[in-house]
Write a protein that binds this ligand. Structure first.
Ligand code: ACO
Length: 218
């Protein structure tokens, strides 16, 4: 049971638990971030510093200082209010109930556009097991189903082979290059724009993953 109230007209599909979808490592589920994620968030973000820094937006100050437990409360409060406004879906990725990363669907636009971006990270001890792929497939089906979006975008650096592989496995297409798109690790970095619209999904992203043998429903 979540404390964020029931799904509203302003933000259909939120709050929600999405999944499970089974991979060899366990059952992958998406669930809303919680105030009590502070400890897991801080521990995992600090231990994954070297995995995350090359791909994440440049932040103010030192990585460890930025990821102290006490920094979760203000961040959670922003996510919670943005989620209530219907602008973001901030999910934790769980495997068998354990916090192992996050998946965010952000900048939700309604009206004639009905689009958002998707981003994710997974703890280094759990990478290479199909978890991000399962999580993104769950996120895509949720965004195109209960949330009612038509298009999802993902921006990824050319050298981020693992993330590009995740997007490709779920069916995202390369659309173009965004020159000097984002300040990452202290420099403006080119990013590739990947996208997916509802027309490109055969039945569902999860069904496609299951049919390819990469995941199971139970
Ligand atoms: N080049 C090409 N493919 C690679 C590479 C590489 N250097 N490294 C791994 N891969 C492949 C794997 O073989 C696997 O494909 P396969 O299943 O066909 O063998 C695939 O990449 C990874 O798939 P998953 O196991 O589902 O992904 P995982 O759970 O390991 O998570 C992730 C991938 C999220 C990118 C993780 O490595 C991570 O958190 N990285 C740091 C943060 C990050 O880069 N986040 C994404 C930013 S871009 C965005 O959010 C749109």
């Amino acid at each position: 049971m979540f404390s964020w109230g029931s799904a509203s007209r302003a933000h259909p599909g939120w709050p929600a638990r999405v999944g499970p979808l089974r991979v060899a490592a366990g059952a992958v589920t998406l669930r809303p971030v919680k105030m009590r994620d502070a400890g897991d968030w801080s521990r995992l973000r600090i231990r994954n510093r070297d995995l995350l820094i090359p791909w994440e937006p440049t932040g103010d100050g030192n990585w460890v200082a930025r990821h102290q437990r006490s920094n979760w409360a203000p961040m959670y409060s922003i996510l919670r209010s943005e989620a209530k406004r219907g602008v973001v879906l901030p999910f934790v990725i769980e495997v068998d109930g354990r916090y192992i990363g996050q998946l965010t669907i952000g900048n939700l636009q309604r009206g004639a556009v009905r689009s958002a971006w998707i981003g994710y990270w997974v703890d280094q001890e759990w990478t290479g097991m199909g978890i991000a792929t399962a999580a993104v497939a769950l996120g895509v089906d949720h965004a195109f189903g209960p949330v009612g979006l038509h298009r999802l975008e993902a921006t990824v650096q050319p050298a981020n082979g693992a993330s590009r592989a995740v997007l490709t496995k779920v069916g995202f297409r390369h659309e173009g290059v965004l020159m000097r798109y984002m300040d990452v690790n202290g420099r403006w970095r080119d990013h590739d724009l990947f996208a997916l619209t509802t027309e490109e999904i055969m039945s569902s992203a999860v069904d496609t993953l299951v049919q390819s043998g990469r995941a199971q429903f139970r």
